[in-house]
Design a protein. Structure first.
Ligand code: ADP
Length: 543
């Protein structure tokens, strides 16, 4: 998926889409034209408003005139016009402008993503639309009151009715369209499998129980409708939640119409439906967000494991190159001296030739080794600006399970006002992860009573942040203290002894230092520093 597609999952709109919008708007308005309150014909269910909000959110304020046109067409063709055309047109324009600006505000100021991928997107959409609908409702009704259509005393009652229809219509339809038609990532979810059929049947059966049992039980049994909706939201996240809510609302309306409920009863049911919608959508959003985080965590884990393997391999190769360098240089010198001696002492041409070849081959090996060391030194890294709190939080999340198994408590003390650092996230997390893992292992092996690892971050010398990893284990073994950071120094039967030396290389490549507290008695403490970035850099980066 390109960045452009991520930002604009619905693209830039198209005349065919706008035509389809108008036709669907009229159809929805016609279907939902029940229990209208004359003379304005206010209805308790306005799914067409949800369609408009979805379009305004997806394609921006340039579609405000189209939304106004849809309202006017519906007034002319479906609802009838109790007042002069100019008044209807003006009120419709007011509604379109209200929703248009509110959705624009949600997107640009509050950063709501149109595909509603995060819980906060759903929360802002539902909350924002509840507030906007109340303003639109009061404005709309008050406008007609100034024209003498209702007495002013009825303002709250009629505006409330209008609000209920708007809010429930928007809350059910807008998320449904935004989540399922969100451009590139479209997939028919949930797939039509046995469970989905059962879920659909669950909705039908509970609707039947609510409306099919002897009259009068409907209100008391409404809570049953939560059950299949919760099932769908938990299993399929927001995608399932939006479908469940839409199916329940459609079924509810059919039930209410067939059973010929009065308008005040319909409004009570719509308020219950609103409670169901908000609960189920939030539940679905939480489930979706959790799943996405699990996937991200898994990806990060494998990225770190991969990086760790690569770095270990690199470190081994670098150690080997270092070890081979000296004997090779010596071998080349000996072979050259041997050749000289052979020439001065008049040895056979064959011997001189052989010594030539020896020098040539040894030099070739030397070039290969030098090339390898050069390559390893370059090592590419991708740096981004990050807070130490986030880095530590994510690293600790990766070892949380291991710590839990070993009964070790992990704590992070990372003040949120620390300046940011510019780092290769994977590499620095690898350093943190190794320090915390070492600490957990030391505590688990020693089997003491206090079992905790504390990661602390604080502003150190100007321009640096110092991160400390402290544990309640037995401390660094006496014989390890001198060679702690040397490659292959380990006290563990299955250890590589590379973690700390790699960690030091990574931190130093970032311009910081990594060290252990040598005088420390009790548990071990490791510290490392990272240079902070200037605020100016940060701003430039944000642009
Ligand atoms: P490895 O974990 O593979 O042994 P490291 O370089 O990460 O490699 O660690 C080297 C050694 O340092 C460990 O084998 C251990 O003896 C010692 N060490 C590291 N961290 C701690 C700690 N928190 N407590 C006690 N000893 C530690």
């Amino acid at each position: 998926m390109t960045e452009e597609q991520q930002k604009e999952p619905f693209g830039r709109g198209h005349p065919a889409i706008y035509g389809l919008y108008l036709a669907t708007y009229l159809a929805l308005d016609w279907v939902s034209y029940i229990h209208e309150l004359p003379p304005l014909n206010i209805t308790p269910w306005n799914p067409a408003s949800g369609l408009s909000v979805a379009m305004l959110l997806a394609f921006g304020p340039r579609t405000i005139p189209l939304a106004a046109l849809a309202l006017m067409a519906a007034d002319a063709l479906v609802r009838g016009q109790p007042v002069a055309f100019w008044a209807t047109a003006l009120s419709d324009l007011g509604i379109a402008l209200g929703y248009g600006f509110a959705t624009h505000f949600l997107r640009t100021r509050l950063g709501v993503e149109t595909r509603l991928r995060r819980l906060r997107d759903v929360a802002w959409l539902l909350g924002g639309m509840a507030v906007t609908a109340s303003m639109v409702a009061v404005g709309y009704v008050a406008f007609f009151m100034t024209l003498g259509l209702f007495p002013w005393a009825d303002l709250t009652r009629i505006a409330f009715r209008y609000w209920v229809g708007e809010v429930i219509g928007i809350s059910v339809v807008a998320p449904l369209l935004l989540v399922h038609l969100g451009g590139v990532a479209w997939r028919p979810i949930p797939r039509l499998v046995a469970e989905t059929l059962l879920q659909g049947m669950g909705i039908v059966v509970t609707l039947f129980l609510v409306f099919g049992l002897p009259a009068g039980a409907e209100g008391r049994l409404f809570y049953l409708l939560f059950l299949p909706a919760i099932w769908m939201a938990v299993r399929h996240g927001l995608e399932g939640a939006t479908l469940a809510v839409a199916a329940t609302q459609a079924g509810l309306i059919v039930g209410l119409v067939i059973e010929k409920f009065t308008i005040s009863e319909v409004i009570s049911f719509q308020l219950l439906m609103l409670a169901l919608t908000v609960t189920i959508l939030f539940l679905g959003a939480v489930v979706s967000e959790r799943r996405r985080m699990e996937v991200r965590l898994h990806e990060q884990q494998s990225a770190i494991a991969h990086a760790a393997r690569l770095t270990e391999a690199g470190e081994m190769a670098s150690g080997l190159a270092h070890e081979l360098n000296q004997p090779l240089t010596a071998a080349i010198s000996y072979a050259r001296a041997g050749r000289k001696l052979a020439v001065t002492e008049g040895a056979s041409e064959a011997l001189v030739g052989l010594l030539d070849k020896t020098v040539g081959q040894a030099e070739r090996a030397d070039r290969v080794i030098r090339g390898l060391r050069g390559f390893l030194r370059k090592g590419d890294s991708r740096r981004i600006s990050a807070t130490v709190g986030d880095l530590a939080g994510e690293a600790l999340a990766l070892v949380a399970a291991e710590a839990g198994q070993k009964g070790v408590v992990l704590k992070a003390v990372t003040p949120s006002d620390l300046p940011k650092v510019r780092v290769d996230q994977v590499q620095v997390q690898q350093v943190l992860l190794n320090l915390v893992r070492n600490a957990i292992q030391a505590i688990a092996d020693a089997g003491g009573r206090r079992r905790e690892v504390i990661v602390t971050a604080r502003a150190a010398s100007p321009g640096f942040i110092e991160v400390s990893v402290e544990d309640s284990g037995p401390g660094i073994p006496e014989d390890m203290r001198q060679r702690l950071f040397q490659p292959f120094a380990t006290t563990k039967p299955d250890g590589m002894g590379l973690g700390l030396s790699i960690g030091r290389s990574i931190v130093e490549a970032h311009g910081g230092r990594l060290w252990a507290d040598p005088e420390r008695t009790g548990g071990a403490v490791f510290h490392f520093t990272l240079p902070t970035i200037l605020e100016v850099d940060d701003d430039v980066e944000a642009l």
